[in-house]
Design a protein around this ligand. Structure first.
Ligand code: 5GP
Length: 196
């Protein structure tokens, strides 16, 4: 097991409804030493790419993406969730359905902070059905920028997102891929990954 799989086994809690709770170390209380390790690991995995910007989505992606951006020495931008329908023309907009909340949000990025030709690494905490990633990818492409890859901390491999995004031709690197989890027993099964 790699460091992320070990931490999930130690502190993750499997909830009913296919939800893995990791709020004691990742998306409520954050283990900053772990964040540093995550940043270094994504730098290692995308070392072949000339990343110029890291993009994530609020709220739980922000802390993680900050450490990744620090490793690459580039700015981090986060897409903001917005309920308003009247978005001004100086924003890139995408519609994202939330897996955890079940509602739809428009997510927006100011055109000032994403330029044509930029090489973008997209970061998020979870990959489930892939809606968040698809929204971020569409924002990058509307800007005429390039998606160099997607770095995910925990992919739930039994949901369709990973397959959909990889089939679209994007590189997705997940630190842990959960292939099965059982809310009754708490047992978590990880996919064996060569690069992990
Ligand atoms: P997707 O858009 O891929 O369906 O879901 C990704 C988003 O939903 C992530 O940004 C994450 O915030 C949230 N999410 C999805 N599954 C889980 C989960 O099992 N646990 C937690 N804590 N968040 C999740």
């Amino acid at each position: 097991m790699n460091f992320m799989e070990e931490r999930i086994v130690k502190d993750g809690i499997v909830k009913a409804g296919n939800v893995l709770k990791v709020d004691s170390f990742l998306n409520h209380q954050m283990d900053i030493g772990l964040m540093e390790e995550i940043g270094r690991e994504f730098k290692r995995r995308f070392a072949d790419k000339q990343i110029t910007k890291v993009l994530t989505i609020e709220a739980s992606g922000i802390g993680i993406a900050a450490f990744v951006a620090r490793e690459f020495g580039v700015p981090m931008v986060f897409a903001k969730k917005s309920k308003s329908i009247n978005i001004e023309g100086d924003m890139y907009v995408a519609e994202v359905e939330s897996f955890t909340h079940g509602n739809k949000n428009q997510v927006i990025v100011s055109k000032k902070f994403l330029n044509a030709g930029e090489r973008v690494l997209i970061i998020d905490d979870f990959l489930a059905n892939g809606c968040a990633l698809q929204g971020l990818i569409s924002i990058v492409e509307s800007a005429g920028a390039i998606v160099e890859g997607c770095g995910i901390v925990i992919e739930k491999g039994f949901q369709i997102g990973g397959r959909v995004i990889r089939n679209m031709g994007y590189r997705v690197e997940s630190l842990a891929i959960v292939d099965a989890m059982d809310a009754e027993t708490g047992k978590i099964t990880f996919r064996v990954q060569e690069n992990a």
